[in-house]
Design a protein around this ligand. Sequence first.
Ligand code: C2G
Length: 144
Amino acid sequence: MKRVLTYGTFDLLHYGHIEILRRAKALGDYLIVALSTDEFNEIKHKKAYHNYETRKKMLEAIRYVDLVIPEENWEQKISDVKEYKADIVVMGSDWANSDKFDYLKEYCELVFLPRTEGISTTKIKKDLGLQQPINGIDQIPSSK
Ligand code: C2G
C-alpha cells in the first residue's frame, strides 16, 4: 500500500487541481491531501473564496482523494509524513526547488509534476472580473 501526500489550498476547485490529484493518486494506492486552513491561508497571503470546511467537502467528493487533513503551518510536513506513513510527497512543479519541500527528500520520495497550464484560481477570479489582488491578497466582493 503506497501512500501519497500532497498539500494545497484547492480554492475554486478547477481541472488543474483535479489533474494534480489524479496524477498523485496514480503514483500510489492512497492519497492524503493536507488542506490549508483559513488561518494558514492568511500566513500564505491567500484569501480563499470558500472556507476550509467547504473546500474539504469538495475535495472529499473527488474519487482520487482518500483523506483530507488540515495544513496549519509550514512546519508540519515531516510529522505528517511520519504520522500518515507517506511514501511520496507530490506537488506541482511551481514548488520544485523550494525550501518548503526540498528537505522532505530525507524522509520520503519527493515528486514534482508539471503544473497544468492555462488555469489557476487567480486567473478564474481575474477572468470573472473579481477585484484585483490588493497587497497580494485577493479581494472578493462580498456576495450580495
Ligand atoms: N496546481 C497545478 N496546476 C495548476 C494549479 C495548481 O498543478 N494550474 C497544483 C499546485 O502546484 C499544487 C496544487 O495544485 O500542487 C494546489 O495548488 P494551490 O491550491 O494553489 O496550493 P498552494 O497555494 O500552492 O499551496 O504547503 C504547500 C502549500 O499549501 C501549497
